[in-house]
Write a protein that binds this ligand. Structure first.
Ligand code: ADP
Ligand code: MG
Ligand code: ZN
Length: 607
């Protein structure tokens, strides 16, 4: 409750004054309620039979007078007089028929009185005070009314993060560059003796969910040093200057605890470039300035290392990135095939896996997934195993989890009409056939016409046999043919087109556009770049860099590619009508077929 000695002292003074006042008030009240009389008057009252009862206390007599019918109620007072050593008193009282008594013993020992009138008020005030600060603190969102401008970094200090490099898989390069920092935190002297300056800070850059936060914790865990973690948005408050003082406070604490790691997550919240013209943000700029100043000011040889993470490095202020500040950049990119397998292994350790589980296969099916996705998939698989009443996670649980993450959950209760069902089946088999009958495409893994919660009425899953980093023009064209073959099948078989191809069309168009504007694969523009990517680590949106006239021609080129690919798809399916019909009929019957079933039927049909 008390942040410092000052507050404690003021609490004491206030409570003391209030208690004094209360005690005085009680004394005054009891005084005014009773009236002192002398012993003579008392004796006269007894003689006149005006006394109802007498209470004999240690050193005084409390006298309750008889209620006088004539006098008013307000007259009813208790009198008291000092107790004289009067041996006759008892006889006199008895003679006058007055009730009298004396307390059995002193009811309230002096200690009790002291506790009641002095300690109790203190306790009550303390209790009340705590209650008020707590409820106020909740309303003010955390820190409490008194703690504006204080860093809440200490809230986040974890002596041991408990995470080591073993928990981070598939980021070998990142780990390697961070290893040096770990070594430095272990033995700073080794570096300072030779005169080497270590980087003050390292910036972890990469898409969301690749393990940046995890890596920072692992560095602290490996080096076995305290870990101060604060999110960039945690610095910025409504009041100008609060963020700056938080930064100051954070660095002060860090220097006290050296060697240690200061981790600023999502640093783009404060590190945004200051040159943006649209109305500056004073508070953010002040916070950034303070951060820059602190990073310059502190002595890195003491062993304070600053790590920061962001997925938008391009918007960071240049001053942050210059040597002497975050001069080292560690890329934490999406994991490749091997990386994904290792991440699956790390997370697979936490669940009971059937010994037939092949994580390499799952890794192949999850191109583009990041660590967070994979962790989620393993967990989904475990949940499914429990749902199915099993005590081990099997390969099909894992595959189902992959599909759940990609396409949503199965929606078994959606009822499709027979016609819709066969339309979807022919559409999907169209995709699958186009994939199987071309050379450069990925093999079919699974075809299903069970709808999913994320909108797909059915889908064809392809799985590569190995991971590829380069794609040829032929490959891309074939991929577009596969995407358009769904619609082609609808048209060839039913002579009817539906809304079911919208996603295919979107993806095909996107691919065709990239071929023209970015990959230099069109005859017309050759190698001219017409679009550039922004936000590499987030949505990767492309921005046109060409004139509107050119843009019109780009559209024409894209249309031409799509048109010719669609024609190819139609021709391909027309030439394989028997396979299309046979496999579709089988799919309508079974609802889901796997890649090898599909290949077997396809092989059994003479061509
Ligand atoms: P971000 O890069 O967005 O900071 P996090 O570090 O918060 O990502 O990762 C979120 C979760 O995903 C982690 O807690 C961990 O369970 C899992 N994860 C991400 N990357 C990895 C990885 N390389 N190895 C193991 N687990 C990972
Ligand atoms: Mg993070
Ligand atoms: Zn489709």
């Amino acid at each position: 409750m008390f942040k410092n000695k000052k507050q404690l002292a003021s609490f004491f003074v206030v409570t003391l004054i209030i208690t004094l006042m209360i005690n005085m008030a009680i004394t005054w009240y009891s005084r005014s309620a009773s009236k002192e009389i002398d012993y003579g008057t008392f004796l006269t009252m007894i003689q006149n039979k005006k006394v109802e009862s007498v209470k004999i206390e240690n050193n005084r007599l409390l006298i309750t007078p008889k209620i006088d019918e004539k006098s008013s109620v307000s007259d009813k007072k208790i009198y008291y007089t000092g107790a004289l050593n009067d041996p006759e008193l008892v006889n006199r009282l008895q003679a006058a028929g007055v009730k009298f008594s004396t307390p059995v013993k002193d009811v309230q020992s002096p200690i009790m009185t002291f506790i009641l009138s002095w300690i109790l008020p203190f306790a009550m005030f303390y209790f009340l005070g705590t209650l008020i600060t707590k409820s106020l603190g909740k309303k003010m969102g955390g820190g409490g009314a008194m703690s504006f401008g204080k860093s809440n970094a200490k809230v986040y200090i974890e002596k041991k993060t408990g995470v080591t490099f073993n928990d981070v898989a598939g980021q070998e390069e990142a780990k390697e560059s961070l290893n040096e920092i770990v070594d430095f935190l272990h033995k700073p002297s080794k570096y300072t003796e030779i005169g080497a300056k270590l980087p003050k800070g390292a910036l972890l850059v990469g898409p969301p969910g690749t393990g940046k936060t995890l890596l920072a914790k692992a560095v602290a865990g490996e080096a076995n040093v305290p870990f101060f973690s604060l999110s960039g948005s945690g610095f910025v408050e409504m009041f100008v200057g609060v963020g700056a003082s938080r930064v100051r406070d954070l660095f002060q604490q860090a220097e006290k605890n050296a060697p240690c790691i200061v981790f600023i997550d999502e640093i783009d919240a404060i590190g945004k470039s200051r040159d943006s013209q649209l109305g500056g943000n004073d508070e953010r700029e002040q916070t950034l300035n303070q951060l820059l100043a602190e990073m310059d000011g502190f002595d890195s040889s003491k062993g304070v290392v600053i790590l920061a993470a962001t997925n938008r490095p391009e918007i960071l202020d240049k001053a942050l990135l210059r040597p002497g500040r975050f001069d080292r950049r560690v890329i934490v990119d999406k994991p490749d095939l091997k990386g994904r397998e290792e991440i699956l292994k790390v997370h697979g350790k936490n669940v009971k896996l059937d010994n037939r589980v092949n994580l390499g296969e799952i890794a192949l099916a999850t191109a583009g997934a990041v660590g967070a996705d994979l962790a989620n998939m393993v967990n989904e698989a475990a949940l499914r195993a429990v749902r199915m009443g099993r005590d081990e996670v099997r390969q099909d649980d894992l595959f189902e989890a992959v599909e759940t993450v990609i396409a949503g959950k199965e929606k078994k209760d959606r009822i499709m009409t027979e016609e819709e069902k066969s339309l979807v089946a022919f559409h999907e088999v169209g995709h699958a056939l186009a994939a199987a009958l071309q050379k450069e495409t990925q093999p079919v893994h699974k075809i299903t016409i069970i709808p999913r919660t994320m909108g797909a009425l059915g889908y064809t899953m392809q799985m590569p046999d190995k991971e590829k980093f380069l794609h040829s023009k032929d490959e891309l064209v074939e991929q577009i043919v596969v995407l358009l073959a769904g619609r082609a099948a609808e048209e060839v078989v039913f002579n009817k087109i539906t809304t079911g191809a919208s996603n295919d069309i979107e993806r095909a168009t996107d691919l065709a556009r990239k071929m023209v504007t970015m990959y230099g694969m069109s005859d017309k523009f050759g190698m001219m770049g017409l679009e550039s990517i922004q936000n590499t680590y987030l949505d990767g949106r492309a921005v046109q860099t060409c004139s509107t006239e050119t843009s019109t021609e780009v559209d024409r080129e894209v249309l031409q590619i799509i048109g010719s690919c669609y024609e190819k798809a139609v021709n391909l399916l027309k030439a394989n009508m028997e396979a299309l019909c046979k496999i579709s009929a089988y799919l309508i019957h079974k609802e889901t077929i796997m890649g090898d079933e599909f290949t077997n039927i396809l092989k059994s049909i003479p061509r």
